[in-house]
Design a protein around this ligand. Structure first.
Ligand SMILES: NC(=O)c1ccc[n+]([C@@H]2O[C@H](COP(=O)([O-])OP(=O)(O)OC[C@H]3O[C@@H](n4cnc5c(N)ncnc54)[C@H](O)[C@@H]3O)[C@@H](O)[C@H]2O)c1
Length: 350
């Protein structure tokens, strides 16, 4: 493997073009040697100034000896195929979230990596955002006391014609067959994963309500999820595709018996944002962190570092399967429904 990891990127669309590719290109221990996409235009726009193989053939990418690890950044319905093929070719795999469209598909995907014995990680970049790393250390060090509650709002505007830029884009997110779900499956995994990573304990109880309130498509455009960790901390997670991007929409609050941490504009793909710690006496202070480091760069560096050391990635496939189980369970039980009252509702008796 040498001193650096050779990456093959499968799926050269938005997240690969804007974050994964630049992240690997800037990483200290990796380089992109090949990219595969079904769309030649996407291949052309991916790291356009870099010398790398651009191919529409997954087999060609996997046949390269200098591809040590494969980053799968295809739409959700196209995770399983490339992961299976990469694992069968003996390549390490870092696969975008959500692992898959359904729990059964996630089991097949993670099972394929396990059966092949290749290192595997799910790409939850927000684990690596320096504000979240700092917050995790504060929590572990007891600065917040006993954590009682986590509140997350993670939302955006994703209409039927959504595109990451001014050009028309294949909006597979609005197609239940290809995406597996809407705002819930796209955004809630981040909140579930981040909560478990920050508190270093699993969520064991969940319930969710979904809405189709604004957009004219067949997936949910918002969801409210509640959860409880094994130790009893409560999670209140709100996700949406129907929130104007100009509103506050990336908020993470962790409340404990000694302190309360508020991270604003840290969830997402980009560096920066703020982290403020307020103690129980009311004193508030900004928590310093590197506001320039890309969470995607830090993620690929951590994955490559584990490969070079021959160690497993910090978060196991079992951890990621648990998150898929939570998503599945949250939708599983029908919520209690209280019908709207008739117009002339009877008076409340005293
Ligand atoms: N971690 C994050 O913050 C984050 C952000 C955006 C997207 N994502 C995830 O990344 C994945 C991709 O999302 P996106 O927004 O970049 O999508 P996208 O549509 O912009 O890009 C996907 C690309 O994959 C290509 N593709 C489709 N099927 C393929 C196949 N079988 N083989 C090779 N290429 C194929 C498409 O041509 C397209 O260029 C999704 O799973 C999404 O959930 C994660």
């Amino acid at each position: 493997m040498g001193g650096t990891i050779g990456w093959g990127v499968v799926g050269a669309g938005w997240v690969a073009r804007d974050y994964v590719g630049p992240g690997i290109a800037a990483s200290a221990n990796g380089r992109v040697v090949a990219a595969c996409d079904l769309d030649p235009a996407a291949l052309g726009a991916f790291l356009p100034d870099r010398d790398l193989e651009r191919t529409t053939s997954l087999d060609a990418l996997l046949a390269r000896d200098d591809v040590d690890a494969v980053y799968v950044a295809t739409p959700n319905d196209a995770h399983l195929g490339p992961v299976r093929a990469a694992a069968a070719a003996g390549k390490a795999v870092l696969c975008e979230k959500p692992v898959a469209r359904t729990l059964a598909e996630a089991e097949a995907l993670l099972g394929a990596a396990q059966a092949a014995g290749v290192p595997y990680g799910t790409a939850f970049d927000q684990r690596f955002h320096p504000a979240h790393v700092a917050l995790r250390e504060l929590i572990a060090g007891g600065a917040l006391g006993t954590v009682t509650a986590v509140r997350i709002r993670y939302a955006c505007w994703t209409g039927p014609d959504w595109s990451p830029d001014e050009n028309p884009h294949d909006n597979w997110r609005a197609d239940p067959e290809r995406a597996g779900g809407g705002a819930f499956l796209d955004l809630a995994p981040h909140g579930l994963d981040l909560t478990q990573v920050l508190l270093d304990e699993p969520i064991t109880d969940v319930a969710a309500l979904l809405q189709r309130r604004v957009h004219d498509y067949a997936v949910d455009d918002g969801a409210a999820l509640v959860g409880r960790t094994e130790g009893g901390a409560l999670l209140n997670l709100s996700v949406a595709y129907n929130c104007p991007d100009t509103f506050p929409r990336r908020e993470l609050e962790v409340v404990g018996t000694r302190g309360r941490a508020l991270a604003l504009n840290t969830m997402g793909q980009t560096p920066g944002g703020t982290l403020t710690l307020t103690d129980a006496e009311g004193g508030a202070a900004a928590v310093p962190f590197d506001g320039t480091a890309s969470p995607f760069r830090l993620q690929v560096e951590a994955f490559a570092d584990a490969l070079l050391r021959g160690e497993p990635f910090a978060w196991s496939p079992a951890h990621d399967l648990h998150t898929m189980r939570l998503l599945d369970a949250a939708l599983g039980e029908p919520s209690a429904r209280v019908p709207a009252p008739p117009e002339a509702a009877p008076p409340v008796s005293a």
